[in-house]
Design a protein around this ligand. Structure first.
Ligand code: PLP
Length: 435
């Protein structure tokens, strides 16, 4: 029986005024609307659809899995496909990470990372249960659930719930060449300054109370591709090690090939204790994320003989795992991370040559196929447009009215007025030069 779609959508969404188009997958990186338009998705949704929308092999893998085993409870049974995906992910770190926990969204992965870090200290041979504080960064986004909101710095989404969220985090400055590096300051001096700020924060909180420092390896939606300067993460990790705290890297957006290596931390000469991934992991063919856990932590947890008290109905879901496994195999077989580097360099060059001189373009920055264009009132003061102007929203709406042939992701900084307005440009890994 065909259902008639009511004229006024009954599906709740924000931004009721946006004329959202009804879409289906087109070919490759395109979406098609019901009224016949073709949209080039320049942002892979929200840095998700890294293989585009019509990958027949992934579709087949999911369909086969559906016929084979649609669901089983991960606490009672092992689904082969989830085991295979976990092996694939652990092997992708060359054994530096030794277990994978499979979840359903980036926010869930962040919650798991936080709870796991706390559990590690509680179960140590000499327990440190007082380590309950997290140090996060300005301009961060770690997800929409209450624990993840606490770590994030997206005021527009956080402030309405500030009375509800746990007060377990404080904040140090993110590493941002455009907004943080002072005039005349060398990158080395900048790193020293940021390391001192983190050290000071440990001292302020009490080093024995800090559980972990949490950061996006490459800042994502709220900071607009904020790229760490060389030496930044080794310096941050050294401070964590000095005080015995963990390093959690959130690679939900920047991981799984997006910035030109499968794991973004591979470019930073460090290995995190805990890492979250999502988005590109399943390329949108399944709702899936994961937490990868360093071998040292797992060994310590095993030695304690105690449990990590966490469970969710849809953890390690076979359909999502089947999607992610095939997506990751294709990325490997087709050497798509190399295409990310090649197309990323080209995209960066083109964005800079076409847009740098525009009076309202303050900065164009990126790594791999992960780029941001930040808008300012004037280049000298770097002053963002007033939030009340909502220029991102206006550009978005205008784009849609014009036919919305290119989808851009207007990043969260807009609503905060923190980092200014920026668009993310992060097309699928299969993008071609012509596209
Ligand atoms: N962490 C980072 C770095 C993200 O960019 C996001 C989402 O944008 C999340 C966590 C939350 O992921 P999800 O929206 O899948 O819950």
């Amino acid at each position: 029986m065909e259902l008639e779609t009511p004229k006024n959508s009954l599906l709740y969404r924000d931004f009721e005024s946006h004329p959202a188009a009804v879409v289906k997958c087109g070919r490759g990186i395109y979406l098609e609307t019901e009224d016949g338009r073709t949209i080039l998705d320049a942002t892979s949704g929200a840095a998700v659809a890294c293989l585009g929308y019509d990958n027949r092999e992934v579709q087949t893998a999911v369909a086969r899995q559906l016929m084979d085993l649609s669901y089983c409870h991960p606490g009672f049974y092992k689904a082969k496909v989830a085991e295979d995906l976990a092996s694939f992910l652990v092997n992708s770190t060359h054994g530096l990470m030794s277990k994978a926990i499979l979840c359903g969204s980036g926010s869930e992965a962040v919650e798991v990372a936080v709870k796991l870090a706390k559990t590690y200290f509680t179960h140590l041979r000499s327990p440190q249960p007082e380590r309950t504080h997290f140090i996060a960064r300005t301009g961060a986004w770690h997800g929409a659930t209450l624990g993840a909101l606490t770590l994030g710095d997206f005021k527009g989404r956080k402030d309405p719930f500030v009375d509800l969220i746990p007060q377990m985090a404080s904040r140090v400055s993110a590493c941002s060449t455009y907004r943080g590096l002072r005039e005349g300051e060398s990158e080395e001096a900048y790193v020293r300054r940021l390391a001192q700020e983190l050290d000071d924060e440990f001292q302020k909180i009490g080093p024995h109370k800090v559980c972990a420092f949490v950061a996006e390896t490459v800042g994502g939606s709220a900071s607009g591709c904020a790229i760490p300067v060389p030496g930044y993460f080794p310096a941050m990790k050294a401070i964590c090690a000095k005080y015995g705290a963990l390093l959690i890297l959130d690679e939900v957006m920047c991981g799984m090939g997006r910035t030109g290596t499968l794991h973004a931390w591979e470019q930073e000469s460090i290995v995190p204790d805990i890492q979250t991934i999502g988005k590109g992991l399943g390329s949108g063919y399944g709702a899936i994320s994961a937490v990868l856990v360093n071998a040292n932590l797992i060994n310590s947890l095993k030695a304690s003989g105690k449990l990590f008290a966490h469970g969710q109905t849809y953890m390690a879901h076979p359909l999502a795992a089947a999607a992610a496994l095939r997506v990751q195999q294709i990325i490997q077989e087709e050497n798509l991370v190399a295409n990310v580097c090649k197309m990323g360099d080209y995209l960066g060059q083109r964005l800079k040559s076409r847009l740098s001189s525009h009076p309202f373009v303050g900065d164009i920055r990126g790594r791999g196929l992960f780029w941001a264009i930040e808008f300012v009132v004037d280049k000298h003061s770097k002053k963002p447009f007033p939030t009340s102007l909502g220029i991102n929203g206006k550009m978005h709406t205008r784009g849609m009215k014009k036919g919305y042939e290119i989808a851009l992701f207007n990043a969260n900084g807009t609503y905060d007025g923190y980092a200014g307005d920026h668009f993310l440009v992060c097309p699928p890994y299969i993008v071609t030069e012509a596209e």
